[in-house]
Design a protein around this ligand. Sequence first.
Ligand SMILES: Nc1nc2c(c(=O)[nH]1)N[C@H]1C(S)=C(S)[C@@H](COP(=O)(O)OP(=O)(O)OC[C@H]3O[C@@H](n4cnc5c(N)ncnc54)[C@H](O)[C@@H]3O)O[C@H]1N2
Ligand code: MOO
Length: 410
Amino acid sequence: MSERVDVEQHRAAVAELLAELADRPTEEVSIHRGVLGRVLARDVVAPVPLPRFRNSQMDGFAVRAVDVGSAGPDAPVTLPVAGDVAAAPGEPEPLEPGTAVRIMTGAPVPEGADAVVPVEDTDQVTFNGVHDDSVTKVEVMRRREAGEFVREPGSDVAEGAVVLRAGTVLAPHHVAAAAACGIARLTVRVPVSVAIVSTGSELVPPDGEPGAGQIWDANGPALAAAVRAAGGRVGLRLTVPDEPELVRMGLERAAALCDVVVTTGGVSQGAYEVVKEALPEVTFRSVAMQPGGPQGLGRVAGKPVLTFPGNPVSAQVSFVVFLRDILRQAASLPPVEPVAAVLDAAVGSPEGKRQLLRGRWVDAAAARVTVVGGPGSHLVASMAAADVLIDVPAAVTSLEEGAEVTVWPL
Ligand SMILES: Nc1nc2c(c(=O)[nH]1)N[C@H]1C(S)=C(S)[C@@H](COP(=O)(O)OP(=O)(O)OC[C@H]3O[C@@H](n4cnc5c(N)ncnc54)[C@H](O)[C@@H]3O)O[C@H]1N2
Ligand code: MOO
């Protein structure tokens, strides 16, 4: 190890290295394909008013409010019914004073009509799906003010007004608003593309058959999922054996294709530390934390590279501590803030290394956490049972039950 640093120093160095990820290019994407979770790059302005035209809010009768001004349950007003208007292409005939037309929800309100009487407030009670041209008159049992149940143009959004703000993380309701405005393409930020390179001759994919001495690759799928959850894109996922030339080739390919390269494994003190061998231009350091001690950062073929340790818990914790918020920020997602919690039981900790113990809420309302599993960096099942990382400062060797701690939500 060339140097020893603390967690905050390494976090700052990573943030500086990855500062270029903050300014994302943009691209246009069809709302029919993959805009969910993408970040809108520009304000979207309504090209038309919404609603586009006056239309009915109810199934009922379009009338002039003055014509039903005296209507009540005991004093129905009878109006001749001049026809039907459905939510369908075309423009209805103007309404003659002293008449009504049957109108359906969303249908254009005829010129001259200024209110809609819901069918329930008439002698018809319901149209019941029946298209009955023989209805020639209606008894209106309740008065309505001008404007009632009429949706005015622009009452949702005026033409030229902002309907979606830049920075919005697009969800289904945003797609609905864009589509309703006749906007089929949105300008979104290009997500950060991350290459994930698992190193280790012992690795086989999770759907492969491990032979003697082999294990399934947990880090590749875990980090790919973590990148996506943080708003990034997995541009490449590679598994390379412990041969420095092959690792180097893989890393150069990764750098050519992606904005940032993340490796796992091959960075500690063993006889086959291939990432160290393959990346002479990278700074390898020992960060005073556990898990996640051996770290490296630098550039390969011009692209930033972070080298995480191979133990699966170490790799995941490294992502949470060093990369998660940077990717989230690039994707306009809020950071995952550490929160205060209270220990449910006493905890011991070795001096000199900040511990990020796996923890689980035992009483989330009272913010009480308990440690799950041991400190071993291979304990993937314990990590899967955890909700948080419990942050024990480097100088602390023991914490009593009830002690206040900071936890990092997973
Ligand atoms: N003598 C020393 N030995 C070790 C030290 C040390 O300081 N001195 N540090 C230990 C710590 S801490 C860690 S963390 C690991 C880091 O090792 P590497 O980054 O070199 O990783 P590997 O040796 O390649 O693998 C470690 C461990 O993790 C398993 N592994 C690797 N990749 C994957 C993967 N994609 N999926 C699942 N499991 C993986 C690998 O099989 C090993 O068991 O070094 C300690 N040793
Ligand atoms: O620092 Mo290693 O990452 O403990 O297991």
